[in-house]
Design a protein around this ligand. Structure first.
Ligand SMILES: Nc1ncnc2c1ncn2[C@@H]1O[C@H](COP(=O)(O)OP(=O)(O)OP(=O)(O)O)[C@@H](O)[C@H]1O
Ligand SMILES: [Mg+2]
Length: 508
């Protein structure tokens, strides 16, 4: 697959995502040389519960790494560094001596810790740890998931306290295994992933002993917190034996990096399983008063950390998957566009996919999905349209909050991710935001960001300016909707959102 123009050396990026694991080999211009990808099983043991088999995930990672290297027609000697990016917050505990997970990984969308989060809020409520961590108490984050496992897996707390158990998000799990596992694997995480545990102090970038004790999590299980771009260790065995492992970033922060949003006020929105908009806010964390998260954007080596404001939407691409797999209304994700394009509008229907409650800007665990405005007129094509509009309206709610918190008006939005191949969605997004939407040439910004950070760490690229020079626009959509229509539709959307709330009552 190597084309005539591409010569080494290369950087390999591993993206351990929610639905699949990917490995992409990049050249010095940030162009894709080879890709391998493999999906893993989504395990739904009960309503609201979502798990992954971490052993399967590690096998898939090895498979995609070997596949990408083979497709590129290169060897480990051609690869200067490995970058890691990952689905965030998904939580795993494993046995240090055997490398065996003690339980399936609990995925970020899982809501089993709702009651625990309420209890942890005590009399203070959702914002009990917001000042330290930038996050509201919600089932989304890793800390309460660790606590759930310690409370629910027999004998686990004792083993953890004896130092026999390691915790990690998927970055830690992949790095530990890559660097040798039970044979000297390094147990680390980066600042961006650590900032999603609810256990790290945002300013000091260290585990917060007070929060650990409130959540009853023994410090023995925790990895070392490192920068996003630095050499953590060397790959041992496998297709990349001997190559330095030189970056880790949560997938959304990696996309921010891959979109080269290196200046304050620059933002991107990534459309995958969920949708996540991040805005670079510079070297100071900015508090949100409008339902956004404060998070670490990235930290290069020993430089000052860069912070971000984030709007997280739990369900966007996964709603399209749901239409395909659970409803059977389409056969492929791309078909949603064909179906939605067969009608001119939503026919009065609005679909609020509050499947895991509502994330930003509401943070309501008690919400559940609603299709509102149904009449006999509505067809599956209208529902398909409402599905796409749901992604665009949810983005609009986030950009409104972002403008209020940051004081920065949105002049255009950089987008990426699998859903951006949907033209109707991108046009709708531009219409609803009343702003241009631009997509770069390399829409795989998550892997690209991890590659960039790893390349910076080993001197493959000299600085962020060299990376900016690689960013190229591939497509742009501009608004075509009149203001009156937009305002009316937005009002209807907000009415539908109201109807999702309070569905789950306490005793349930
Ligand atoms: N043409 C399309 N129209 C609408 N949605 C689409 C289209 N193509 C893909 N999707 C959706 O985009 C998602 C896949 O995007 P992407 O590959 O960026 O996600 P991902 O990175 O694999 O997710 P994750 O990292 O969470 O595993 C799926 O949820 C899929 O339903
Ligand atoms: Mg992804």
């Amino acid at each position: 697959m190597t084309d005539a123009h591409t010569t080494g050396p290369f950087i390999a990026a591993i993206d351990q995502g929610t639905t699949s694991s990917r490995c992409i080999v990049f050249d010095r211009d940030g162009r894709i040389v080879a890709v391998e990808q493999k999906e893993h099983e989504q395990i739904f043991p009960k309503p609201g519960w979502v798990e992954h088999d971490a052993t399967e995930i590690w096998e898939n990672v090895q498979y995609v790494v070997a596949g990408a290297i083979e497709k590129a027609g290169i060897t480990a000697a051609d690869v200067k560094a490995i970058g890691i990016t990952n689905q965030r917050e998904t939580t795993l505990l494993w046995d240090k001596a055997t490398g065996e997970p003690v339980h399936n990984a609990i995925v970020w969308q899982d809501t089993r810790t709702d009651a625990l989060c309420k209890e942890l809020g005590r009399n203070v409520g959702q914002d009990r740890f917001r000042r330290e961590t930038g996050l509201p108490l919600a089932s989304y984050f890793a800390g309460p998931k660790i606590r759930w496992m310690l409370d629910n897996v027999e004998g686990l707390r004792e083993r953890a306290e004896r130092g026999e158990i390691l915790f990690g998000t998927m970055d830690s799990w992949v790095i530990w295994n890559l660097t040798g596992g039970t044979d000297g694997g390094v147990h680390v995480t980066d600042v961006t992933n650590a900032s999603r545990t609810m256990l790290m102090n945002l300013r000091g970038l260290e585990w917060d002993p007070k929060i650990l004790s409130s959540m009853q999590i023994p410090a023995e299980v925790l990895p070392k917190i490192r920068s996003s771009a630095e050499v953590y260790g060397t790959a041992k065995g496998g297709a990349l034996d001997g190559v330095p492992v030189a970056s880790a970033l949560g997938d959304q922060q990696a996309a921010l990096f891959g979109q080269t949003c290196f200046s304050e006020g620059e933002a991107k929105s990534t459309y995958g399983t969920g949708t996540f908009m991040l805005m670079n806010t510079g070297h100071e964390p900015v508090n949100s008063y409008n339902g956004l998260l404060t998070t670490v954007g990235y930290r290069i080596g020993t430089e000052k950390p860069v912070y971000a404001l984030e709007g997280s939407i739990a369900v966007t691409g996964s709603l399209v998957q749901w239409m395909r797999d659970q409803m059977g209304l389409i056969k492929s994700a791309a078909e949603i566009e064909t179906l939605a394009s067969s009608v001119d509008d939503n026919g009065g229907a609005y679909f609020v996919p509050a499947f895991s409650g509502l994330f930003a800007p509401y943070w309501r665990a008690d919400a559940r999905g609603v299709i509102a405005g149904l009449t006999r007129y509505v067809t599956k094509a209208h529902i398909a349209r409402a599905v796409l509009e749901a992604t665009a309206w949810q983005t609009r709610e986030i950009t409104d909050a972002m403008t209020k918190d940051s004081g920065v008006e949105l002049t255009s939005l950089k987008v990426d991710g699998g859903m951006t191949s949907n033209n109707l969605l991108m046009q709708t997004l531009s219409d609803f935001l009343d702003a241009p939407v631009v997509r770069p040439m390399v829409a795989e910004t998550t892997c690209l960001g991890a590659a960039y950070a790893a390349g910076l760490a080993v001197g493959f690229w000299p600085d962020t300016a060299a990376l900016r020079a690689n960013w190229r626009r591939a497509a742009e959509w501009t608004p075509r909707m009149d203001a009156a229509t937009r305002d009316r539709e937005y009002k209807n959307w907000l009415k539908a959102v109201e109807r999702t709330m309070g569905w789950i009552e306490d005793e349930e």
